[in-house]
Write a protein that binds this ligand. Structure first.
Ligand code: F6R
Length: 261
């Protein structure tokens, strides 16, 4: 696992946008896994800025898969992850909604929603690059502590802590849905490249457990240690709980530019 500590979220946004753009140029039919929440926003802003400045790759052949979705929101809710990714990324990039996939929270179709989503990802050829955030409790997508490390897309129940953390999108913790559909840890682990971003002191304990702790369902993000190409991008506050900071910095400073992340 590569750990890269940069000055701030803007610098992280530029580096991740570089990696995404390089992938799309190399592979015009790339499959991109996208996360929601606050963390990926600097990446999305940078990609949208490049598109506005005429510096974007050609997005017309790219397929997008979101990580997760709330269950129980009214259809078309602005807080749904489908609406969020459209608003923050794919609409501003001018991407056809048919290129964007998400778990289907339709209450009448829930029992096989996970299986159907797994099939969609498989039929698209699998995810090339998966963007990820991390919960303060170590969750990855919405795989809360205790999730099986080999889990597939399914319904999960959010912890009280995650509902409190996401209250800002719903006005109160009580307004946050209890249930979600989420890609499993096994599903996420099949992506070609995992790119996890974390910023701020509130993530430092979860980051330390995920990166330097034991691989354990107690910290779902620790499953990234089992992946052959995983990159963790942090600001100094999110890196504050790590023991090997000096080593991570030395590795990054000595890395040739052509290698990217
Ligand atoms: C979002 C997701 C979650 C978030 C995590 C961090 O699609 O899967 O795992 O990445 O809850 O959220 P933020 O970025 O809002 O701190």
């Amino acid at each position: 696992m590569e750990v890269v500590i940069l000055a701030d979220e803007a610098a992280i946004g530029v580096l991740v946008a570089d990696a995404v753009a390089a992938l799309v140029r190399r592979r015009p039919a790339a499959v991109l896994g996208v996360a929601t929440g606050s963390t990926p926003l600097p990446v999305y802003r940078e990609l949208v800025r490049r598109a506005r400045d005429g510096l974007a790759p050609d997005w017309s052949g790219v397929t997008f898969f979101t990580l997760d979705e709330y269950v129980g929101l009214p259809a078309g809710s602005a807080a749904s992850y489908r609406s969020t990714i459209a608003r923050e990324l794919t609409d501003p990039l001018g991407i056809d909604p048919a290129q964007v996939h998400g778990p289907d929270p339709d209450p009448d179709r829930l029992p096989d929603a996970g299986e159907r989503y797994e099939r969609e990802i498989h039929e698209a050829g699998g995810v090339d690059l998966q963007l990820l955030g991390i919960g303060a409790d170590g969750h990855l997508a919405f795989n809360e502590p205790g999730s099986s490390l080999v889990s597939r897309t399914r319904i999960k129940t959010l912890t009280a802590r995650t509902r409190a953390d996401n209250a800002r999108f719903f006005g109160s913790a009580d307004g946050v849905p209890r249930h979600v559909l989420t890609q499993g840890l096994g599903t996420i682990g099949e992506a070609g490249h995992l790119v996890l971003v974390a910023v701020g002191e509130g993530k430092s304990a979860a980051v330390a457990a995920a990166v330097e702790g034991p691989v354990s369902a107690g910290c779902p993000a620790s499953v990234m240690q089992l992946h052959g190409h995983a990159t963790v991008l942090l600001d100094p506050a999110a890196a504050a709980g790590l023991e090997r900071v000096a080593y991570y910095r030395e590795v990054w400073e000595g890395k040739p530019d052509w290698q990217g992340i």
